[in-house]
Design a protein around this ligand. Structure first.
Ligand code: SF4
Length: 338
């Protein structure tokens, strides 16, 4: 146990300019000198190289339902071996995992697990898939590449904020099978003031992931008064349809007061129901409500005939209307990986 990784792994994406080390993993482009750590806590200059500071440093391990990521149209009912580390390259005021995401290298206690250790644990659990989640997994670039190279037959999932540069993201798309990306709002002011990032950087990542052919789902955490404007949600839905596909699943999830936003109330169920209706009437085919019990809001519905093909109550999942990947009522192909 300990906060410092026992291995020194050189970070892949950076360049040197005199005394400066410029990190090129994400759009922040931190400029660091010897001994300094990047904004995210996952990159540090040590003995003349940029080091992947959180390599193998695991803060959380759990066996989760795939639906908890959330991924609803990917391996429904699967159990997924889920791991996370510490650090993040955003600074969301509402972050619900801030104990690990905002932890720096000396903070949250972690355990070192080599890629072999993690794969052995996953194998003992008998899970055929692994998720990189909880904090921002893009910062674990080198660790993810090493794990996936050693066990290419597992299915890999990433739950991410999407703030990565094009080259590393394209490399990850070669090894990750399914992504859930947070689309935290749909205006630049919200992204800059609440998350400390640029919306356009995330939108570019969504296009890269979608174009790669990896499975992609989106999560939009609805925060009262901050990003719950229905016209904005309609514009976001239209953007997804025009730039990605009407088949990309979208999850509207419920906010609870946390971190620096404890004075903001829980999202009313009606707001989530309205957001779902707006996105579906814009033309999105698979829109869900999450983090709250709702009447049918988590079900997968055939876009053709309206039959419920997968029923969900919390994490209880019942596949009731699918023949393979087709609606058993009308035969329409459902966008789902089983
Ligand atoms: S990955 Fe971290 S160190 Fe690198 S640019 Fe982004 S925030 Fe800075």
């Amino acid at each position: 146990m300990g906060a410092i990784s026992p291995v020194t792994i050189e970070a892949k994406y950076y360049r040197k300019d005199g005394e400066n080390f410029i990190c090129e993993l994400c759009p922040r482009g931190c400029v660091l000198t010897e001994g300094q750590t990047g904004f995210c806590g996952a990159r540090r200059v040590q003995n003349g190289i940029l080091v992947a500071n959180t390599y193998g440093r695991v803060s959380c391990i759990a066996i989760d339902p795939m639906e908890k990521k959330p991924l609803y149209n990917y391996l429904p009912r699967a159990r997924v071996f889920s791991i996370g580390s510490i650090g993040c390259n955003m600074s969301c005021r509402h972050c619900q995992n801030y104990a690990i995401s905002q932890s720096n290298s000396g903070g949250k206690r972690t355990t070192y697990k080599s890629p072999e250790d993690i794969l052995s644990m996953c194998s003992k659990e008998g899970t055929a898939s692994m998720a990189f989640t909880y904090n921002e997994p893009g910062l674990w670039f080198e660790y993810i590449m090493d794990i996936t190279a050693r066990a290419p037959d597992l299915r890999y999932v990433m739950v991410s904020n999407g703030l990565l540069n094009e080259a590393p993201l394209k490399e990850l798309c070669n090894v990750i099978d399914a992504f859930n990306i947070d689309l935290k709002g749909f205006n630049e002011d919200f992204y800059m003031n609440i998350c400390g990032a640029h919306l356009d950087d995330v939108l570019r990542s969504l296009k890269i992931i979608y174009d790669s052919g990896a499975h992609l789902e989106l999560t939009y955490l609805v925060i009262p008064e901050y990003n719950d404007d229905m016209e904005e949600i309609a514009r976001m839905s239209k953007w997804v349809i025009e730039n990605l596909s009407s088949d990309v699943p979208l999850h509207f999830t419920r906010f609870h007061p946390d971190n620096q936003m404890v004075d903001v109330p829980w999202t009313p169920l009606d707001t989530l129901v309205n957001a779902r209706a707006v996105a579906m009437s814009a033309g999105l085919n698979y829109v869900y409500i999450g983090n709250v019990m709702s009447d049918g809001g988590s079900d997968t519905i055939c876009p053709e005939c309206g039959s419920v093909v997968i029923e969900r109550i919390g994490y209880m999942v019942d596949i009731i209307g699918l023949d393979g990947d087709r609606c058993s009522n009308c035969g329409r192909r459902i966008h789902i990986t089983r």
